[in-house]
Write a new protein. Structure first.
Length: 207
């Protein structure tokens, strides 16, 4: 299932934008109630279509959310990006229950991001095909940083003393190692510490 860019109904958008615990200048406080019961079926529909999701688990309760990002409230709502966290619980068929938080990002009526934390596990739609490991997020960031600076793969490889195949692998999501982060940092005109953070190597790793 392609989660991103799916259409959201008006009822779901209203429930995602219902924030009675947040005061916004110029808006009614408290806001008029909305139907929050539309969110569990929406979350369950998205989760049930993930090929690895345990269909025994269902979102059974949600609470009003808290916005993490709302853009400029004066912007056209059709183009404004909104991201909101919706807490609740999930329950299994045997009666077990776990805390649940859904992070939903959308623009207008289009879903952009969907991520769920159940207990202490964060899950979301897979980027790689079934049977393949997920690409490291460093690849996407490295590709963007190189493109912004106009650094082609051949130049990065030559300047960093790495093979072109290594740079291609890193850009595709291969897990980076500390030495590669060190070599790449200078070419990007960034500190090694910054690149370590981006590469997820800021935990005292020495490899």
């Amino acid at each position: 299932m392609e989660t991103a860019n799916r259409a959201l109904t008006a009822d779901v958008i209203a429930a995602l934008r219902y924030w009675p615990g947040v005061i916004w200048g110029g808006q009614k406080n408290p806001p008029d109630p909305v139907d929050m019961t539309v969110l569990p079926p929406f979350f369950n529909e998205v989760l049930q279509k993930l090929p690895w999701w345990n269909r025994d688990w269902k979102v059974d309760r949600v609470q009003p959310g808290l916005p993490a990002e709302t853009g400029d409230h004066r912007c056209d709502p059709a183009v404004r990006f909104t991201e909101v966290s919706i807490p609740g619980t999930v329950a299994s068929g045997n009666g077990e229950s776990l805390p649940f938080v859904a992070k939903v990002g959308f623009t207008g009526d289009r879903l952009i991001r969907f991520q769920v934390k159940i207990g202490d596990v964060v899950i979301g739609p897979a980027a790689a095909p079934a049977g393949r490991s997920e690409p490291h997020p460093f690849g996407r960031m490295l590709t963007g940083l190189m493109d912004l600076r106009g650094i082609p793969v051949r130049e990065m490889a030559r300047a960093a003393g790495l093979s072109m195949s290594t740079i291609h692998m890193l850009r595709r999501g291969h897990n980076p190692i500390l030495l590669q982060a060190r070599l790449i940092a200078g070419i990007l005109d960034m500190s090694e510490a910054d690149v370590r953070v981006i590469a997820g190597l800021d935990d005292g790793s020495t490899q």
